[in-house]
Design a protein around this ligand. Sequence first.
Ligand SMILES: [Zn+2]
Length: 80
Amino acid sequence: MMKTKKINKSGGLTIPSDIRRSIDMDKGQAIDIEVQGGKLVISKHTPRCMFCQSIDNVVRHQNNYICPKCIKEMGAKVDE
Ligand SMILES: [Zn+2]
């Protein structure tokens, strides 16, 4: 499925409802936007570690996500 849209004056973009429905993406849902090979890729938000960008078993601490590996590394630095 492909649609042509214009970016509005404030830089916003409306994702057509049929495209949103086809991937079960709701209004107001957080999304991730990244550049891959010169293209924009928009996907449902996946929490990532704020340090290494891993998505494996991340835990939320205050308003950030951290993976177990980075927690362990920080713990080791505190113990030094
Ligand atoms: Zn990490």
